[in-house]
Design a protein. Structure first.
Lengths: 66, 327
């Protein structure tokens, strides 16, 4: 599957099928720190992802408040 | 996962509430958390005029969206910080949202108001960019609210923001800051009798019960086109590092952040005075904003005026130096 990552913007290939949680573990990303989006829909961590999916892993923690 | 309310397919899990929600019930859940915060902390009334500080990011646009949906009189305020393409894109997001919601947005620019951008201010003063940015935003938000006659300034500070601030203040035992960390800060009046005037407008943080991941999910589900990219000047920011550490704890023990913040507000905040004993709050001799009197000198200047003066001085010195080299 194609996984779009942000800050910096990049796309990585990850083989499926696997759950959202397994994908995030494989990418060493803390699930609480991101949203996972497929076709403009949010996915919970138990959702299955297929090899042909295109997903976005969007960070949610912003910084810089004094 | 199934929605806790309707048992339909869930799109968001909120582990600290041991719940998952479909889109409609998640939006209702977030709105309810905001309504509860407004009520529990007596943030504002239905007829108050609210000025909402808008950055173009998920939190400020989400709280503006919620307040408008709840029929509050909420005007947006965007401050252009002059951070290159990042500021351009964040302003576009703010303007597009205002147009979509048919809401009023006041736009001001640091460059036009004070003659510098945040990158220039950091370079001229040697201050950490986030520090100078925070100082200028607080000052300008308050000034705009007072000048435009708003009763309350609303910011998009969420649960994660407040927890990270509390963590930093506790780590360094910033007693004075702990005394001022609250979901709502009353207006500050300076002077007495005929001289009495509001120097600081009332401030409220209605997203205090909503985690950052939840405001992001709310924005996505409501189709709010917020700026996802991070400010280019935030690299290595301390607050961001605290958030990452706290999110690791939250991942292994859901509810940790909420317990830390609300435990503090319920059981410890009252032990820290808003103003320490012996500290005198007076009006800045230049702009009238509240500031601390540290000595007996007749002139007292607030941090904003001191920083602005330093930037102007360094800018002048720089132009003199360049002029000298050319001649």
């Amino acid at each position: 599957m194609k996984v779009r990552l942000r800050n910096p913007e990049r796309v990585v290939d990850v083989p499926g099928p696997k759950t959202v949680l397994a994908l995030l573990h494989e990418l060493d990303i803390v699930p609480e720190a991101v949203l996972v989006i497929r076709d403009s829909t949010l996915l919970t961590r138990d959702e299955s992802l297929d090899d042909g999916d295109e997903v976005e892993v969007r960070p949610v923690l912003s910084g810089g408040r004094e | 996962m199934k929605c806790k309310v309707c048992r339909e397919h869930a799109v968001v899990d909120v582990r600290r509430h041991n719940a998952a929600f479909c889109s409609d019930h998640f939006i209702a859940h977030v709105r309810k958390q905001v309504e509860r915060a407004i009520k529990d902390f007596k943030m504002f009334r239905g007829d108050d005029r609210l000025l909402v500080a808008i950055s173009g990011g998920k939190d400020s646009l989400a709280i503006w969206d919620i307040l408008l949906d709840l029929d509050y009189d909420a005007t947006g305020f965007y401050l252009d910080l002059g951070i290159g393409g990042y500021s351009t894109r964040s302003k576009e997001a703010a303007l597009a949202f205002a147009a979509r919601k048919n809401a009023k947005l006041i736009v001001r620019s640091l460059s036009e108001e004070h003659g510098y951008t945040i990158p220039e201010l950091a370079r001229l003063t040697g201050r950490v960019p986030c520090s100078g940015c925070g100082l200028n935003k607080r000052y300008e938000f308050n000034r705009a609210a007072l000048e435009e006659g708003f009763e309350v300034l609303v910011t998009g500070h969420n649960l994660d923001d407040e927890v990270a601030t509390l963590f930093g203040n506790t780590l360094h035992w910033h007693i004075d800051m702990l005394g001022r960390q609250a979901p709502v800060l009353d207006e500050r009046i300076l002077g007495t009798g005929d001289d009495a005037h509001t120097a600081l407008v009332r401030k409220a943080k209605p997203l205090i019960r909503v985690a950052e991941r939840e405001t992001a999910a709310y924005a996505v589900l409501k189709g709010i086109d917020y700026i996802v990219e991070e400010c280019p000047m935030v690299e290595g920011n301390t607050q961001h590092r605290y958030k990452e550490a706290l999110t690791l704890l939250e991942e292994s023990s859901p509810g940790t952040k909420q317990q830390f913040l609300f435990g503090f507000l319920e059981r410890a905040a009252g032990r820290f005075p808003e103003v320490e004993d012996g500290v005198e709050i007076v009006a800045c001799s230049n702009c009238g904003s509240p500031t601390v009197r540290w000595d007996e000198s007749a002139e007292v200047h607030c941090s904003f005026c001191k920083t602005k003066a330093l930037a102007a001085k360094r800018k002048h010195e720089g132009s003199m130096e360049r002029g000298g080299k050319r001649s």
